[in-house]
Write a protein that binds this ligand. Structure first.
Ligand SMILES: [Zn+2]
Length: 199
């Protein structure tokens, strides 16, 4: 290899990013070293800060360095509605569509026994706790349309039922096996407005 160990180390480290193979990682590393030391420093600092300080919102589990995220701590949000999503990216997509003004609950995955992901890993205890809140009236399930997403929705709907609250599933103009974050705002709007109660 013509690169020194530290350059190699940087290239290898960059390949931990999704969609970044060795080629792209080389291009990024060389760009930073050749042309953008200031950018490299900012990147290093931002990475360090984020990894050290960002935790989970105590209420919805989304990434936040504050105990409660900006949505959960916003008094203008509708506390009667809670939308359950698989990932922070899904919550972001819904937020950007402007179609929902309630609270979120981010599972950070879906039920997947093969990978050892059960109810505990997805924060179901916390969700169960929220179900005891009198303000909450309806839980909207916006997990993916994959087999795992559907199984997760089913599991949660049983839980919500036994709490006596309403539970609904967003309608899917969403392609089968599609992930919410890739769905455009209009489709998300339709999906929310066309949600149906599960009984
Ligand atoms: Zn939150």
């Amino acid at each position: 290899m013509i690169f020194s160990p530290l350059v190699e180390q940087l290239i290898r480290a960059l390949t931990c990013l999704p969609g970044v193979g060795t080629k792209s990682a080389q291009r990024m590393a060389l760009h930073l070293l050749e042309r953008d030391h200031a950018g490299a420093n900012r990147l290093a600092e931002a990475l360090n800060d984020a990894v050290e300080l960002v935790g989970r919102c105590k209420q919805c589990r989304i990434f936040s360095e504050m105990p409660y995220c900006s949505v959960c701590s916003n008094d203008a949000r509708d506390r009667m509605l809670m939308c359950v999503v698989e990932t922070p990216a899904d919550a972001l997509a819904i937020e950007l569509s402007g179609t929902f003004n309630g609270l979120y609950f981010v599972l950070m995955g879906h039920l997947s026994p093969i990978d050892g992901i059960g109810p505990e890993e997805l924060g179901m205890d916390l969700l169960k706790h929220h179900l005891q809140n009198d303000m909450l009236q309806e839980v909207i399930l916006a997990t993916g349309t994959t087999v795992e997403g559907e199984a997760t929705a089913h599991f949660i709907s049983e839980m919500v039922h036994s709490s006596g609250k309403k539970v609904s599933r967003i309608a899917h103009g969403v392609p089968m096996g599609g992930e919410l974050e890739y769905v455009d705002s209009n489709t998300l709007n339709l999906a929310f407005n066309g949600r149906r109660l599960i009984d």
